[in-house]
Design a protein around this ligand. Structure first.
Ligand SMILES: Nc1ncnc2c1ncn2[C@@H]1O[C@H](COP(=O)(O)OP(=O)(O)OP(=O)(O)O)[C@@H](O)[C@H]1O
Ligand SMILES: [Mg+2]
Length: 237
C-alpha cells in the first residue's frame, strides 16, 4: 500500500432518507481510496448491511478494504474495540442507516472530518435533505465555518425541472455542492460486483469519473477536524 503519508480522515455519509445513495457513495469512495493505494476501512452502521455485502462481493484481486460491521453488537468486547481500525489506516468511510434519528447524528458526525449528504432530485428528497441539514446545523453539531459538510446531488438527470429545483434549493442552503453524480447503471453494476467506478473500464465510465474528480479534490482538501474544547471540557468536568 502506498498510503497517504498524512493524517487519517474519517468520511461519513449521512441522510436519514432511504435510498439517497449513502451506500453507493460510501462504497465508491472506499474503492477509490483503496485503488489509489490508501489503507482504507469501510464502517457499516446499517443493519441492512449493504456496504458489508458489497465488501463480501469484492474480488480478491482488488485492493483490499478493511470492513467493520458496526451494526452488529459484539458480545464480550467493548464498543471501541469492535469499532477499531487497523493501525496505519488512512481513510475511514462510514455508511449510516436510513431513518437515523437526529439524536443519533452526533454519534456519527462528532469525529467526522467530512460529512457528506447525498440527495436525489425529488420533492420528498429535497424536503428530507433540508430537515437533515437543518438538524445538523441548528443543533450546532456542525458549524458552517468548519467546512466539513457537503452535499452530493445524486442520480441527476440534467436539464430536468426537478434538478434545477434541487440546485436552487442547495444554493439557498449555502452548503457546498461537492459534486453531482449522474443517474447511471454503472453504479448498479459496481454495487453488485463489489467494485468502485475507478475499477471499471474507464472508457465506459468517463463522464462519471469526471464527476468523482470533484469529490476527490474536495475530500483531499479537508483538514483533520479537531473538536473545539467545550467549557465543560476545559474545566475538566
Ligand atoms: N447515481 C446513481 N445512478 C443509478 N443508480 C443509483 C445511483 N446512486 C444510487 N443508485 C441506486 O439507488 C439505490 C439506492 O442507493 P443506495 O443503496 O446507495 O442508497 P442508501 O441511501 O444507502 O439507501 P438506504 O437508506 O436504504 O441505506 C441502489 O439500488 C443504487 O444502486
Ligand atoms: Mg445504504
Amino acid at each position: 500500500m502506498v498510503g497517504s503519508g498524512g493524517a487519517m480522515l474519517r468520511i461519513v455519509l449521512l441522510n436519514p432518507k432511504g435510498g439517497s445513495g449513502k451506500s453507493t457513495v460510501a462504497t465508491g469512495i472506499a474503492a477509490m481510496y483503496a485503488a489509489r493505494g490508501f489503507n482504507t476501512a469501510l464502517m457499516d452502521f446499517d443493519p441492512q448491511g449493504t456496504s458489508s455485502r458489497w465488501l463480501e462481493k469484492r474480488p480478491r484481486s482488488r485492493a483490499s478494504i478493511h470492513g467493520v460491521e458496526a451494526f452488529s453488537r459484539a458480545i464480550g468486547v467493548t464498543r471501541s474495540f469492535q469499532l477499531r481500525v487497523p493501525p496505519g489506516t488512512d481513510r475511514v468511510v462510514v455508511d449510516t442507516p436510513a431513518a437515523l434519528q437526529p439524536q443519533s447524528f452526533n454519534e456519527h458526525v462528532r469525529d467526522a472530518d467530512a460529512v457528506l449528504v447525498p440527495v436525489m432530485p425529488s420533492d420528498a428528497d429535497i424536503h428530507a435533505c433540508s430537515r437533515c441539514i437543518g438538524h445538523l446545523l441548528i443543533s450546532g453539531k456542525i458549524k458552517r465555518r468548519e467546512n466539513r459538510l457537503g452535499v452530493i446531488a445524486n442520480r441527476v438527470r440534467p436539464n430536468t425541472i426537478i434538478f434545477r429545483t434541487l440546485m436552487r434549493f442547495l444554493d439557498q442552503m449555502q452548503i457546498p455542492v461537492v459534486t453531482t453524480l449522474r443517474d447511471s447503471q454503472s453504479y448498479v453494476y459496481a454495487g453488485e460486483h463489489g467494485l468502485g467506478l475507478h475499477e471499471m473500464n474507464p472508457a465506459r465510465v468517463q463522464p462519471e469519473l469526471a464527476q468523482w474528480d470533484a469529490l476527490w479534490s474536495w475530500l483531499e482538501s479537508r483538514k483533520p477536524f479537531v473538536q473545539p474544547a467545550t467549557a465543560a471540557g476545559v474545566a475538566g468536568v
